[in-house]
Write a protein of this length. Sequence first.
Length: 451
Amino acid sequence: MNSVVIIGAGPAGIRAAQTLVAHGVRPVLLDEAAHGGGQIYRRQPANFKRSPVKLYGFEAGKANALHQTIDELREHLDYRPETLVWNAEDGALDTLHEGRAARLAFSRVIVATGATDRILPVPGWTLPGVYSLGAAQIALKFQGCAIGERVVLAGSGPLLYLVAYQYAKAGANVVAVLDSSPFSAQARALPCLLSQPATLAKGIYYRSWLTAHGIPVHQGASLTGINGEQRVHSLTWRNAKGNQRLECDAVAFAHGLRSETQLADLLGCEFAWNPLNRAWLPQRDSAGRSSVAEVYLAGDGAGIMGADAAEMAGERAALALLEDIGYLIPAQRGAQLEQALGRIDTFRKGLEQAFIFPENWAADAPNDVMICRCEEVRAGDIRQVVREGHWEINRVKAHCRVGMGRCQGRMCGAAAAEIIACESQRCVSDIGRLRAQAPIKPLPFGLEVES
């Protein structure tokens, strides 16, 4: 008998599993990580001693509750940690666990694959000592260490301030925070942000705490280059006062988050351009149903809305799945979840107004900046292909190999689309999206295949 499968054991996946189990369904829960919780509530190794309050701050209660939930569920589901889903087709998922490949057939699947950093490269970003904000956070949470002795955090989005606060609170030397969004944009976003006053208050606290502890926070500050030979030794940035320079030995940067949508693509889901996320996203209804009957979408993998919304969306998608296979579901609970998600959506719009996308990044990116690390494709290579008459992103990929490497465009795709749009004088929504191809993440040679 084919299984009901959940991909991802973050906030969305865990709440989906809890909902299914509560109705007597035993799902398979697949997750790449060793322990459930997702990126935001990533669990530290068993021998680490940092308290939940030190590790998660204001979110310690939510993290503990989610961890307790998955611990209690383990006997009631088929939980498979450290399992990569690298392909999906014909009603089955291809997985990798401890070097062994296997195929898992499913009757229904909830895709809760989460998000990753949106990277807009600058010269020097491939130097040792440069991390994404998410990677810097993993080092702190999972390995109990900072990425350097003198750290600069740059980019935009709420994660910027959260990681800066977590680093400084843990005792790391945060040299500065460079926020590309101007203060005026954040002030204009207040009406929408006030729809979630508690969440807004936490963000204000992080920002105020940094200033109170002598950590410079520069707004309207664009990272322009990272300098070093064997490792980072400094960076340059620009604001209204002109070009600036900072000495440091580590940099973490990102401009918000982008949804992990490759599996939804391989499963055949229809996509549509989402201006709020500035990305192509799989289409879903208010309950989480995709355009494919047996596929449901939940959490940041279907649109960035944060951990609280992911929990709600996971439960809502599970209720929709149960209803579709014949269970009687209280309509009131579904309506409550959708109303709550609607309120969070208003706040999400405020965040996009507050942390505006740096529209001038593509025009300012020098020709020699590396865009695709896997295939060593630079901005100038992409511009040359556009000048030759190609502007659809898959055609550009075919001509210069951008997005054709190990990461399948997960790191470079968004940046490449921005450069193509700028060079061709088109809207980024007109450039198209990179088509997902298996394996969506690298696989080792010599795989053993389970019979």
